[in-house]
Design a protein around this ligand. Structure first.
Ligand code: ATP
Ligand code: MG
Length: 350
C-alpha cells in the first residue's frame, strides 16, 4: 500500500531548477490521490508560461515511479502566479509589471512587447499591454486597432480587448499624425491615469512598451510606474549594444530589477539553412554576460514580422510558427520565469 508520505518523500527529491528548492517545500504539490498502484497529483507552478514545465513533470513522474511501487502516475500541471503583493492601483491589481526598453530606437521593442504579451496570454495568463511610447505609439497599428471601445458613463475607461489581451495606447488619446509633445508633470499624470483610470481589472502581467532611450521622459515614465522588472531589447550591432548598456545602467540607477537582454534581428536564415549575421554576431549575448544578467534569447530577422506588424497580424498568433515566432514564445516564457524568480526572492526577503 503506497502512502501519501511516500509520494511526498519521492517528490521532495525533485528540484525546481529555477528556484533551487524541491517541489514539496515550495508547496507545489496538491491533490495527491492514491488508488492502488495509481497515483495522481497536481503540480502548481508559479507561471503558466514556465519554460521548464515538461522537465519538472518528467522529473516528478520519474521520482514517484522509481521511489514508490506506483505503476501509473497521472500529473496535472497547473499554476498560481506568485507575486510579493499585487500592486493595487485604483482597483486594478497587477501581479507583475514588465517594462520593455532599449537604448536605440527601432530595435524591435514594440514587436517584442506585443508578441510577449500575446504569448503569455496564449499560455493562460491574464495580460495587459500598455503602449507608453509617447514618441511613436505603434501598438494600435500592429494590432489593427484605431480606438478604444465605448466606456460606461461615469465608470472607468475600458481598454481595447483583442486576441485575449487588454490594450491601452497613448496613440488612442491623440489624432493620428499629430506630433506628441509632453512635458514632465503632464507625462507623470498621464502614466498614472493609464494605470488607475482604465479598467484593467486583475492582471497577472502588464507588459509596458517604453519609448527608446534614457532621456528625461524615459526616466519619469519608469519612475511613475511600479515596475517588477525590465527587459532590454537590442540588435547585435555595436551601436545598439552601446546604447543598450546605457539603458542597463539607467534601470540599475532606478533600482529596477533587470530580467535580461533580448537580441533581435540576430541573423538571417538563408535558403541553404546557414545564418547570415547582417548586424554582427552575439552582441546582445555578450552584453548580458558582461553585466551579469540573463540572456533571454535571440530572434532572427523575418520578413513576416515586418509585414505582420503593418497589417495587425502578430507573429506568435500565426498558425504555423516561424523560427522567429518560436523564439518569441520561448523568450516570453523566459521572461515569465524571471518574473517568478524575482517575486520568489522578494517573498523570501520579507
Ligand atoms: N526580427 C525582425 N525581423 C524583421 N523585422 C523586424 C524584426 N523585429 C522588428 N522588425 C521590424 O522593424 C521595425 C522596428 O520594430 P519595432 O517598431 O518593434 O521597434 P521599436 O524598438 O519599438 O521602435 P521604436 O524605437 O521606434 O519604438 C518594424 O517595422 C518591425 O516590423
Ligand atoms: Mg516602438
Amino acid at each position: 500500500m503506497i502512502t501519501e508520505q511516500q509520494v511526498l518523500n519521492a517528490l521532495s527529491h525533485v528540484m525546481d531548477p529555477d528556484l533551487h528548492r524541491d517541489l514539496v517545500s515550495l508547496k507545489m504539490i496538491e491533490n495527491i490521490k492514491i488508488d492502488g498502484e495509481k497515483i495522481s497529483f497536481s503540480i502548481v507552478l508559479t507561471t503558466p508560461s514556465c519554460p521548464l514545465k515538461h522537465q519538472i513533470e518528467a522529473d516528478a513522474r520519474d521520482a514517484v515511479l522509481t521511489m514508490t511501487s506506483a505503476s501509473e502516475v497521472d500529473i496535472e500541471m497547473t499554476s498560481r502566479i506568485n507575486a510579493p503583493k499585487g500592486l493595487d492601483l485604483g482597483g486594478n491589481c497587477f501581479k507583475h509589471v514588465i517594462a520593455i526598453g532599449s537604448g536605440k530606437g527601432g530595435v524591435g521593442k514594440s514587436t517584442v512587447s506585443l508578441n510577449i504579451a500575446l504569448a503569455l496570454a496564449k499560455d493562460g495568463a491574464r495580460v495587459g499591454l500598455l503602449d507608453a511610447d509617447i514618441y511613436g505609439p505603434n501598438i494600435p497599428r500592429m494590432l489593427g486597432l484605431d480606438r478604444l471601445p465605448d466606456s460606461p458613463e461615469g465608470g472607468k475607461i475600458k481598454p481595447s480587448e483583442i486576441h485575449g489581451i487588454k490594450v491601452v495606447s497613448i496613440g488612442f488619446m491623440v489624432q493620428p499624425g499629430q506630433p506628441l509633445i509632453w512635458r514632465g508633470p503632464m507625462l507623470h499624470s498621464a502614466i498614472q491615469q493609464f494605470l488607475t483610470d482604465f479598467d484593467w481589472g486583475d492582471l497577472d502581467y502588464l507588459v509596458v512598451d517604453l519609448p527608446p532611450g534614457t532621456g528625461d521622459v524615459q526616466l519619469s515614465l519608469t519612475q511613475s510606474m511600479p515596475v517588477s522588472g525590465a527587459v532590454i531589447v537590442t540588435t547585435p550591432q555595436q551601436v545598439a549594444v552601446d546604447d543598450a548598456y546605457r539603458a542597463v545602467n539607467m534601470f540599475a540607477k532606478l533600482e529596477t530589477p533587470l530580467f535580461g537582454i533580448i537580441e533581435n534581428m540576430a541573423y538571417l536564415e538563408m535558403p541553404d539553412g546557414s545564418h547570415q549575421f547582417l548586424f554582427g554576431e552575439k552582441g546582445g549575448e555578450r552584453l548580458a554576460a558582461q553585466v551579469g544578467v540573463p540572456f533571454l534569447g535571440r530572434i532572427p530577422i523575418d520578413a513576416r514580422i515586418g509585414l505582420g506588424g503593418d497589417i495587425g497580424s502578430p507573429e506568435v498568433l500565426q498558425e504555423s510558427l516561424s523560427p522567429a515566432g518560436e523564439a518569441l514564445i520561448e523568450i516570453a516564457r523566459n521572461v515569465a520565469a524571471e518574473a517568478s524568480k524575482e517575486a520568489y526572492r522578494k517573498i523570501q526577503a520579507r
